[in-house]
Design a protein around this ligand. Sequence first.
Ligand SMILES: Nc1nc2c(ncn2[C@@H]2O[C@H](COP(=O)(O)OP(=O)(O)OP(=O)(O)O)[C@@H](O)[C@H]2O)c(=O)[nH]1
Length: 446
Amino acid sequence: HVPFQNARLTMQLYRVKSKNLNVLAEFEKSKRKDAASFVVIGHVDHGKSTLMGRLLYDLKVIDQRSIDKLRKEATNIGKSSFALAWVMDSTSEERERGVTVDIATNYFETEKTKFTILDAPGHRDFIPNMIAGASQADFAVLVIDASTNSFESGLRGQTKEHALLVRSMGVQRLIIAVNKMDLAGWSQDRFIEIEQQMSAFLTSAGFQAKNITFIPCAGLTGENIVRKVTKDKMPWYTGHTLVEELEGSEPAKRAIEQPLRLSIADVFRGGITNPLSVSGRVDAGSLQVGEQIIAMPSGEKAHIKGIEVDQEPAEWAVAGQIATLHLTGIDEAHLRIGDIICSSANPIKNTKAFTTKLLAFEHVMPMYVDVHRGRLHVPGKITQMLAVLDKSSGEVTKKKPRVVQPGSVARVRVELETAIPLEAPGRIVLRNQGQTVAAGLLESAE
Ligand SMILES: Nc1nc2c(ncn2[C@@H]2O[C@H](COP(=O)(O)OP(=O)(O)OP(=O)(O)O)[C@@H](O)[C@H]2O)c(=O)[nH]1
């Protein structure tokens, strides 16, 4: 764990009492860059990892020597074009299979913004990981393979499903990388064809036209990622590169003034001086050293002894940042991945039943489902089919349906086997036997 490196330093600096800072004022004062995180989605093999590897390479986040080493390894096993993808796929198992398995988190920064890439895998089985990524993302980059037949098979595969999933996780802004343009002969006709088909689908899925942008590019060779494409290839394109577009994407408004919520992505021990630490994204509110927090669902209290943001000791952290907290006064047994660190004055409640407005991917009826909230998931059951809703207005079009068709929006009641921390308007996903059945927005928790 990288956070370990600073653990001792943090303890030295922060063996101090709470300073009772006005965190909001401190945040305004600090001339921190904007922080934004995005998830990368798209059908398997459409080039997500390669594209992100190229981005990191051209921004000089990874050095020439590392990429040369990866190139050599890749060539040795006869897959030289995979070197860039391996920048993201960090474990050797993934390398051998050439598939991104878990969310690899990577950071990079441009002049204006610090970015976190939450790399999402392309395989159907790995959708729970994608949900975890999307629930933290400010926006999404959808990678589409423009070459003959690939775009079309992606449409029948995960291209649409992923777009629907991130939309239902609350992601509003989508950058579409129309990738592998080299294989599509840099053709404007092909680009327009993909743009038109995808726009029609995405607007029907609830994305606003002003929030979607298409960029023709090639991750493998680097056109329009950091470097603009040359005139001989795409004289017809005068728009942004991917990086310019990322920079222009305003991070979603941050819920800094709301009560603290931090979803735990990792729990670890850092030696005697630093017994227990958690890390994760601050979804809402703010926190500071010395403060008391409460972990849910256990309801156990703890004190924040130290904070790290971007691997540096910090006195405070706010919504949108990914932070590591060093805690005292709590046992490891009460902190699990997926749990939520809350302000002790206003904790999230544990819930055993809720009403949700959902977008159905499969037929929805009274049935057993796994309810996913970020990395947390518990078994449950759809107990009441309340209504089918109009997709855009949200008005009831049919009461008490027996079945909800894929693609429809509905309101249902769900009961859980064990109580988990949930609150409106949280995002949840319902799965059944490895399939994503629906994704929803919590309307009320009981
Ligand atoms: N010609 C061409 N090939 C590309 C381009 N981008 C990626 N590829 C190739 O497409 C294949 C798949 O690329 P990956 O980056 O592994 O795809 P992915 O979407 O990350 O795949 P998963 O992680 O398995 O979901 C590799 O052989 C890449 O070299 C491109 O712009 N042009």
